[in-house]
Design a protein around this ligand. Structure first.
Ligand code: SAM
Ligand code: SF4
Length: 325
């Protein structure tokens, strides 16, 4: 097996695949006006195309796959997508979801092979959650999270930190984490092509939050060799953990171990890259595997050492729903 590596010595065992650009939420930092179909856009990859894509990536050393979107659960054949992903040699099969179908579909998804989940919960306050996402669904989503924990599914929550919106909610999170064995990740808001005004108003660094945690007994955990970009903290008085994802911090990209493929089959070497590499034409027949491997392997050298977000260069990503955040 040829393992993918770039010219900066990084390897890529982790693929994030967007299975649809569509979403049923209107998060203020992502799709504030909801999802709109753009005329002339190709549909998402079919099951057969996904199966061929994953066979290719598995042949290049990928063993962790995250399904994302848009909202993956709006895809009606999501169970089949999970089943296809399971047979391709993937050992960790995760999904990032807004959780709207979690309580209804959890067991079906687990039966189909899902073995880890991230649920986006930007606030534990019902009204604030509804204000951020456009939907008053917090209680049902948290019920789904409880079900996932009871079922033993490794579960993390994602909360995007927004200045003057949800950045003073740590006490509520600490109450929750006391007896919920879940990791919450506070993610710094990232600028994308569409959200510049919002970003200027609401971007806040996680440094103050992190200082507060360190000063109140939370201990930084040693980084696992294959860990993602989160800095993780634990505290003996809490069942849950806290992670900080700070894309504007130094060295954020040094440990990058992931590639992305959009719902229409474009390989993205970086979430904020300037180009996509179309793979779909290599996914039409089973005998195109070599072409696919060459298309991926031949382009990996173009991966930049880091993103250019500090200079306000967001690449071709209008919002993360388009690329698969
Ligand atoms: N719809 C699913 C969800 O919300 O979990 C999956 C797709 S969403 C694009 C993936 C993650 O990206 C979510 O946790 C979301 O909060 C986060 N996200 C979206 N836009 C972001 C931004 N501009 N900055 C930081 N995180 C963002
Ligand atoms: Fe939809 Fe996720 Fe974007 Fe919210 S963050 S609008 S749930 S894709």
């Amino acid at each position: 097996m040829t393992l993918l590596a770039d010219r900066h010595g990084r390897r890529f065992p982790y693929l994030r695949l967007s299975v649809t650009p569509a979403c049923n939420f209107r998060c203020s930092y992502c799709l504030p006006h909801g999802y709109r179909v753009e005329a002339g856009t190709a549909g998402p990859l079919s099951l057969d195309e996904i199966a061929r894509l994953l066979r290719g990536f598995a042949g290049l050393g990928m063993h962790k796959l995250r399904l994302t979107g848009g909202e993956p659960s709006v895809r009606r054949d999501l169970g089949d997508v999970l089943r296809v992903a399971t047979v391709s040699g993937v050992t960790k099969l995760a999904m990032t979801t807004n959780g709207t179908l979690l309580s209804k579909r959890l067991h079906g998804w687990m039966d189909a092979g899902l073995n880890a989940i991230n649920v986006s919960v930007d606030s534990l306050d019902r009204a604030l959650f509804a204000r951020i996402t456009g939907h008053d669904r917090l209680a049902d989503i948290l019920h789904g999270v409880d079900m996932a924990l009871e079922a033993g599914l490794p579960t993390k929550l994602n909360a995007v930190l927004l200045r003057d919106v949800n950045d003073r909610q740590l006490p509520a999170w600490l109450d929750y984490l006391r007896d919920h064995a879940v990791g919450v990740r506070f993610i710094e808001l990232m600028q994308t092509g569409d959200n510049l005004d919002f970003f200027r108003r609401h971007h806040v660094r996680a440094a103050a939050l992190e200082d507060h945690l360190r000063g109140s007994g939370w201990q930084a955990l040693p980084r696992a060799p294959d860990a993602g970009p989160a800095r993780e903290y634990a505290h003996p008085g809490y069942a849950g953990r806290i992670g900080i994802i700070a894309p504007y911090s130094r060295d954020f990209c040094a440990g990058c171990n992931r590639l992305r493929v959009t719902a229409t089959g474009d390989l993205r070497l970086c979430l904020f890259g300037e180009f996509g590499i179309p793979l779909r034409r290599h996914l039409q027949r089973d005998d195109q595997l070599d072409d696919l491997l060459q298309a991926i392997g031949g382009q990996i050298g173009r991966k930049e050492q880091g993103h250019f977000l500090h200079q306000g260069r967001t690449g071709i990503t209008p919002h993360l729903a388009a690329t698969g955040g």
